[in-house]
Design a protein around this ligand. Structure first.
Ligand SMILES: O=C(O)c1ccccc1NCC(=O)[C@H](O)[C@H](O)COP(=O)(O)O
Length: 218
C-alpha cells in the first residue's frame, strides 16, 4: 500500500456512506449546501452526519456563491473543518471568507481548456487549497459534481504553491491514470463512487481508494 494520496469523498447524504468513506480511508468528506443538487443537505442533516465522522477526517462544507448568512448558519451549526467555494467567487471574496469565518478555504476552479489554467495561479495566492475541477458542461444544472473529466494533460507539468486536489469525472477505473499523469497527491470524487445521485456505493468507494494506492503512485 502506498501512503500519501489523500481522497475526498464529496456529496455524502447518508450515515452509511459516511461510514463507508471512513472505513475505506478517506481523508476528507464533503457536504453539499446547494438546493438544486441531489446531494443537498440542510444544516440539521449535515450536523447529524458530521458528528458521525471519525476524528482525523476533515469535514468540508461545499457552497456555491453563498452569502455570509448561509455561511454563518453552516459554521454555527455544523462542526466543519474547511469551506469549499464552488461558484464564481472572486479572489477578494475568497480572502474575505477566510478572514470572516476563520476556516481554511478551498476554491474550486473549472478547467476545460489551456486558458482556464491561469485562474489556478490567481486563486492559489488567496486560498488555502485549490480544487482543480472540470468545467461544467454548457447545459449542466450544477457547477460541479457532473461526473465529467477534463484533459489532464492541461495540468500535467503544473505545480502551485498551495496544496491542490484533482477532481472531475474520476472513477475507480481512471483515478490511477489521472494521478500518474497529473502528479496530484489529493483527489476528490462524487459521481464516480455513486450508485445513484446522492447515494454512494461502498464498494466503489473502496475500489477508488484502493486504486489511489497502487505501487506505481508511490
Ligand atoms: O455534487 C454536487 O451536487 C455539487 C453541486 C454544486 C457544486 C459542486 C458540486 N459537487 C462538486 C463535487 O462533488 C466535486 O468537488 C467535484 O466537482 C467532482 O465531482 P464528480 O465529477 O462528480 O466526481
Amino acid at each position: 500500500m502506498t501512503p500519501g494520496i489523500r481522497t475526498k469523498i464529496c456529496g455524502l447524504t447518508r450515515s452509511e456512506d459516511v461510514l463507508a468513506a471512513a472505513d475505506a480511508g478517506a481523508a476528507y468528506v464533503g457536504f453539499v449546501f446547494f438546493p438544486k443538487s441531489p446531494r443537498n443537505l440542510t444544516v440539521e442533516m449535515a450536523h447529524a452526519l458530521a458528528i458521525e465522522v471519525p476524528a482525523g477526517i476533515a469535514k468540508v462544507a461545499l457552497v456555491v456563491d453563498a452569502d455570509d448568512g448561509l455561511l454563518s448558519q453552516i459554521t454555527d451549526t455544523v462542526p466543519i473543518d474547511m469551506l469549499q467555494l464552488h461558484g464564481s467567487e472572486s479572489p477578494e471574496r475568497v480572502s474575505d471568507v477566510r478572514s470572516r469565518f476563520g476556516l481554511p478555504v478551498m476554491k474550486a476552479v473549472g478547467v476545460a481548456e489551456a486558458e482556464d489554467v491561469a485562474a489556478l495561479d490567481v486563486y492559489s495566492e488567496v486560498a488555502d487549497q485549490i480544487l482543480v475541477d472540470a468545467k461544467p458542461p454548457k447545459n449542466a444544472n450544477l457547477p460541479g459534481g457532473n461526473g465529467v473529466a477534463f484533459d489532464w494533460r492541461l495540468i500535467s507539468a503544473r505545480r502551485w504553491s498551495k496544496p491542490w486536489m484533482l477532481a472531475g469525472g474520476l472513477t475507480p477505473e481512471n483515478v490511477a491514470e489521472a494521478l500518474a499523469l497529473t502528479g496530484a497527491r489529493q483527489v476528490d470524487v462524487s459521481s464516480g463512487v455513486e450508485a445513484a445521485p446522492g447515494q454512494k456505493d461502498a464498494e466503489k468507494i473502496r475500489n477508488f481508494i484502493a486504486a489511489t494506492r497502487m505501487p506505481s503512485l508511490a
